[in-house]
Design a protein around this ligand. Structure first.
Ligand SMILES: Nc1ncnc2c1ncn2[C@@H]1O[C@H](COP(=O)(O)OP(=O)(O)O)[C@@H](O)[C@H]1O
Ligand SMILES: O=C(O)C1=C[C@@H](OP(=O)(O)O)[C@@H](O)[C@H](O)C1
Length: 305
């Protein structure tokens, strides 16, 4: 695959603003639009996260490479311990709250935080919908895969992904580096949420733009979400954990963010402690661990043509 992004250097995609001489040797037009800078280490609060990459720990203040997480109350020590530094990838359909919940989850775990859509926008200096318009969905997916490959080399980070990241087979190679959590919710609730953001923000909802009244537009969005679920449900089922974002009947936008973070932490604990996933995270893969599945059907593939 020819990825649409190249970075300052293979080992330093994420730099602080203070190390800003960033050049790209690639002739690729998108890569020449810029590099990615994180807040300088001096602007980190005293309660920061610890982020690991390639086995070496990089603690926020005073170090060059920082993936920034705002605070680390770390009430969820137990979950952090169970994770043993593994990263957490949040997946799910648009509107499930991956971005909103991801930040809070990172805080709770004392982890760093990345959002693939935000990184794409920072690097490309374009909004996601503009990239779709210019490069098509395929171009966007290439950029998304390149970003994922970079962030997946970090430990102790929560990564909020874009809803379609599951559709590219090679992305799973990176996602399975950590614990994958799929957020799921009632499709009407998701539709209400993304409607609130404005359909223009999400290119796949372009067809839902209309003059119709609010409820009719939410119904159109709901139908689109349903169709995405039909296409991708089996792909999301690849995740280690599924967590509901649904709330009580009177909660039109689903459960509160705090409740969802709690649910995620509990589910991670349970899955890692009870199902031996922790053991798998610790040791290398063995023959038999690896299987290739058809993304659409979820069926095992024994032979690749
Ligand atoms: N638990 C929640 N309760 C209420 N609104 C939420 C919740 N989670 C997300 N939202 C809202 O839903 C919209 C979509 O959330 P976002 O985090 O962008 O989802 P995703 O990243 O999965 O597309 C945003 O307007 C966000 O504020
Ligand atoms: O479902 C998808 O294919 C997409 C979801 C969006 O992210 P969110 O899931 O954060 O809305 C964004 O990556 C892009 O518009 C494509």
């Amino acid at each position: 695959m020819t990825a649409g992004v190249s970075f300052c250097s293979s080992s330093s995609v994420l730099r602080t603003a203070s190390s800003s001489q960033c050049t790209s040797s690639s002739s690729n037009s998108r890569s020449s639009r810029g590099c990615l800078f994180f807040r300088s280490s001096s602007s980190l609060s005293s309660s920061q996260s610890v982020v690991e990459r390639d086995g070496s720990r990089r603690i926020g203040r005073g170090k060059k490479f920082v993936a920034f997480a705002s605070s680390s109350s770390n009430d969820d020590n137990k979950t952090s311990e169970s994770l043993q530094s593994s990263s957490v990838f949040l997946l799910g359909l648009m509107g499930t709250g991956k971005t909103t919940v991801g930040k809070k989850l990172a805080d709770a775990l004392g982890y760093g935080y990345f959002d693939t859509d935000q990184l794409i926008e920072q690097i490309c200096k374009q909004k996601v919908h503009e990239i779709f318009e210019e490069d098509g969905e395929e171009g966007f997916r290439e950029t998304e895969s390149a970003i994922l490959a970079e962030v997946a080399s970090y430990k102790r980070v929560v990564v909020s992904t874009g809803g379609g990241i599951v559709t590219v087979r090679n992305n799973w190679m990176h996602l399975h580096n950590g614990v994958t959590v799929c957020l799921q919710g009632d499709h009407r609730t998701l539709a209400r949420r993304v409607h609130k953001d404005g359909v223009g923000a999400r290119p796949l909802l372009k067809e839902c733009l209309s003059e119709e009244d609010e409820e009719a537009q939410i119904t159109k969005i709901e139908e689109k979400i349903q169709s995405l679920w039909r296409d991708r449900g089996k792909m999301y089922a690849e995740c280690d954990i599924a967590v509901s974002v649904n709330g009580e009947e009177d909660e039109a936008y689903g459960a509160s963010v705090e409740t969802i973070v709690e649910r995620i932490c509990k589910s991670i604990d349970k899955r890692l402690r009870e199902d031996g996933k922790q053991e798998k995270l610790r040791k290398g893969p063995e023959v038999g661990d690896i299987e290739v599945k058809d993304l659409k059907t979820g069926e095992r593939i024994d032979k690749i043509d």
